[in-house]
Design a protein around this ligand. Structure first.
Ligand code: F6R
Length: 240
């Protein structure tokens, strides 16, 4: 694991962009794995900025989001579909037909998991962007999950529901289930960039880097991947 410590969000975003470009060297028609949440926002802003300056184009890019809530209408402002549009897709030249997000409203969710899995088999991810939960989850692979999981339906843990409550008016509105890539899908990505900020992530970051590989801290499985860059701010790095 390559660990890069930064002083602020801008520095994180700049370094993430630099690493992203490095990881995409000589890649034709890149396949990118995307995360929602707060962690990648500054990086997405940086991508938009570089696109606006004419330094970067998303032509030919195909994207796969990590996860989507179950039962939240696509047009709801907190669906991951809407979130990604607002944060990134509405502002860049990506072909909308090449954007993939699991459908959390599919009539048959098991079939939807299979559909997403098949696509991920077909298009191997070149660079996966990740955040980490305060409980060490990546995507919505929560503590206690199978280390051999593929795309699946998951129940969000209480801690995750509390953490996500900031995006909703009341905690009752926070979805309790999601479709998520599994840990096997994440490990299959050729390169990974994990973005982490905030003091509340410090323990998860320490255990991910220094602890054993364990289902109690799903992010620890990243120790098994050969090309992971962790970009972390001073608060999140305070225990390492
Ligand atoms: C989001 C996702 C989650 C988040 C994690 C951190 O698609 O899969 O694993 O990356 O919960 O969220 P933030 O960045 O909001 O702290």
């Amino acid at each position: 694991m390559r660990i890069i410590k930064c002083n602020n969000k801008q520095e994180m975003a700049d370094l993430a962009y630099q690493t992203f470009q490095e990881y995409l060297t000589n890649v034709v028609d890149p396949v990118i794995g995307l995360a929602t949440g707060s962690s990648p926002i500054a990086f997405y802003d940086k991508l938009i900025d570089e696109y606006n300056k004419g330094n970067f184009s998303f032509k030919g890019f195909r994207t796969f989001n990590l996860d989507e809530y179950i039962g939240v209408p696509k047009e709801h402002e907190q669906s991951y579909y809407s979130t990604m549009s607002k944060l990134l897709f509405d502002h860049i030249d990506i072909d909308r037909n090449l954007i993939e997000i699991p459908n959390g409203n599919a009539p048959d969710l098991s079939l939807e998991c299979e559909r997403y899995e098949t696509l991920l088999d077909q298009y191997r991810i070149d660079v996966q962007i990740l955040g980490i939960g305060t409980n060490g989850h990546i995507a919505f692979n929560e503590p206690g999950c199978s280390l051999a999981s593929k795309v699946h339906i998951t129940e969000l843990k209480e801690q995750t529901i509390k953490d996500n409550a900031r995006f909703f008016d009341t905690i009752e509105e926070v979805p309790t289930k999601a479709i998520t890539m599994g840990l096997v899908n994440i490990l299959h990505a050729k390169k990974i960039i994990l973005l982490v900020s905030g003091s509340n992530k410090a323990e998860a970051v320490r255990d991910m880097i220094q602890g054993n590989v364990t289902d109690n801290l799903p992010a620890s499985i990243l120790q098994l991947h050969r090309h992971v860059t962790v970009i972390v701010d001073a608060d999140a790095a305070r225990l390492i």
